[in-house]
Design a protein around this ligand. Structure first.
Ligand code: SAM
Length: 162
């Protein structure tokens, strides 16, 4: 499969799963966390499919397309490894949903991210809340959720806090 085909398949899966979770996430109180603003594509989609939810976005920097820029209150700048543990005064409630889009193409680096990110996510997610991530996380207080049909096994993980 070409890299273009692989990219298209990854983006399609991401969109299908984001939309698949909407009704269940809306039943849980709390904001949404977008980890990795990047170009702002998934943030822009999240705010379209979750018009009632507050969305807090994390990234080192704000380099997105201007039409997808979060306002200053909802953009949390810095290394997520440092900011996530201390975002409570701004984010206030535990999150109903976190979309994690900060993986790399390097399996060793991804394992390192997963090891510091897993306990931080456990802290920030409300009971019943969901995480969607391409990284395999170590989350003893979560169960793994079935993905919608057609999603390549192992490509994404959905976790739900019990
Ligand atoms: N979701 C985005 C979109 O749809 O346009 C793409 C996100 S891009 C793949 C990954 C982003 O995560 C980059 O902007 C990068 O700066 C950010 N990132 C990666 N690791 C980070 C960290 N430890 N702290 C803050 N931002 C991080």
């Amino acid at each position: 499969m070409s890299r273009l085909d692989s990219f298209i398949r990854r983006m399609t899966s991401q969109k299908i799963i984001l939309e698949h979770l909407v009704d269940q996430v809306n039943e849980i109180e709390g904001p949404i966390l977008e980890l990795g603003l990047g170009n702002g594509r998934t943030y822009d989609h999240l705010r379209e499919i979750y018009p009632e939810k507050e969305i807090f976005v994390f990234d080192f920097d704000m380099t997105c397309h201007p039409s997808s820029a979060p306002d200053a209150e909802h953009m949390i700048l810095g290394d997520i490894r440092e900011t996530l543990a201390f975002c409570g005064p701004r984010v206030k409630a535990k999150a109903a949903f976190a979309h994690i889009d900060i993986g790399s193409a390097d399996p060793t680096y991804d394992l390192a991210i997963a090891s510091w990110l897993s306990p931080l996510m456990d802290e920030r997610i409300a009971p019943g809340g969901f995480i969607l991530t391409a990284l395999e996380l170590d989350l003893p207080n979560f169960e793994t959720v079935e993905k919608p049909e057609g999603i390549h096994p192992g490509r994404y993980h959905i976790y739900r806090k019990v």
